[in-house]
Design a protein around this ligand. Sequence first.
Ligand code: NAP
Ligand code: COA
Length: 266
Amino acid sequence: MLDFSGKTVLVVGGTSGINRGVAELFARQGARVAVASRNQEKVSATVRALQALGGEAAGFSADVRDAAALAAGVTEVSDRFGELDVVVSGAAGNFPALAADLSPNGFKAVLDIDLLGTFHVMKAIYPHLRKPGASVINISAPQAFIPMMAQIHVCAAKAGVDMITRTLALEWGNAGVRINSIVPGPIDGTEGMARLAPTASIRAKVVAGVPLGRFGTPQDIGNACLFLASDLAGFVTGAVLPVDGGWAQNNCGGMSDDLASLAAKK
Ligand code: NAP
Ligand code: COA
C-alpha cells in the first residue's frame, strides 16, 4: 500500500529540510518526484539526488508568490509525468519578530509566502490532479493553533493554511480529491529550527517539552505523508494531523517565552 511506483508526486518547497526529506522518501517508494522552489541551483541539486535514488525526477524554479510562474511549472510537470497523484505543499518563511518590531512588509512577506502561496499552489495544481484519487498535503505548523510570541505572522498564516485545507476538503471531496494538513513538531537539522531554536539552551528546552522526548526527523513527517497519500487513508480528508511527539498537546513546551526573549535581544 505504500508502494508509489508509477505515481507522480510534486513537492512544492521540496529542495531543503523537511520537504526534501519527504521528496526523497516518495522517491524511495518508487514515485516519479518533482520538486519546486525559488533557487534553481537547489532545484537542480535535489533533482540529481532524487535521480540517484533510482527513479525519474524533475523540478522547476518558481516563487510561490508568483501565481503565473507556479502554474507554468506545474503544467510542465504534468505534461511530462502525467496527472498528479500526490502534492505536498510546504514552502514557507519564518523569523522571530515581536509585533512591535515587525514592519507591515515583514508581516506581508510571510503571509504572501505561506498563505497566499498555498492558495496559488492549490489553484495551480487543481486542473492537473488525478480525479478521483489524488491526495494533497499542506505542511502547517503548531503556530496555527498555539499562539506564540514573536510569531504573529506565522500564527496568522498557518491558521489560514489549515482553513484552506479544511475548506478544500469540502470543495474537492466530490471530485475524489483528499486534502489534509500535517503539523510537524520541532524537526532537527532544519532551517526552521536553526531560526527558532538557535542556542543549546533553547534546544534543550524544546526537547524537554516534547512528551516523546526527542526532536522529530524529516522521515517522521515523510512517513505521515506516505500514510495520508496512500489508500490506507482513503477515508481521511480535512484532517489537521500533528506529527510532533505530543509537543503541541504540551503547549509546545513554553516555546513562546523563548521566542519572545530571542526576538527582544535582536
Ligand atoms: P526550509 O528548509 O527553509 O524549507 C523551505 C522550502 O521552501 C525550501 O525548499 C525553500 O527553497 C522553499 N521556499 C521558501 N520560500 C519560497 C517561496 N517564496 N517560493 C517557493 N519556494 C520557497 O524549511 P523547513 O524548516 O524544513 O520547513 C519546511 C516546512 O515545515 C515549512 O512549511 C515550515 O513552516 C514547516 N515546519 C517546520 C518545522 C521545523 O521544525 N523546521 C516545524 C513545523 C513546521 P528556496 O529557498 O529555494 O525557495
Ligand atoms: N526580523 C524582522 N523583519 C524581518 C526579518 C527579521 N528577522 N527578516 C525579514 N524581515 C522583513 C524585512 O525587513 C522586510 O520588511 P521591510 O521591507 O519593511 O524592511 C520584509 O521582511 C521582507 O524581507 P525580504 O528579505 O525582502 O523578504 P524575502 O521575500 O526576500 O524573504 C523571508 C522572505 C524574509 C521570509 C526569508 O527569511 C526567506 O526567504 N525565508 C525562507 C526560508 C525559511 O524561512 N525557512 C524556515 C521555514 S519554517
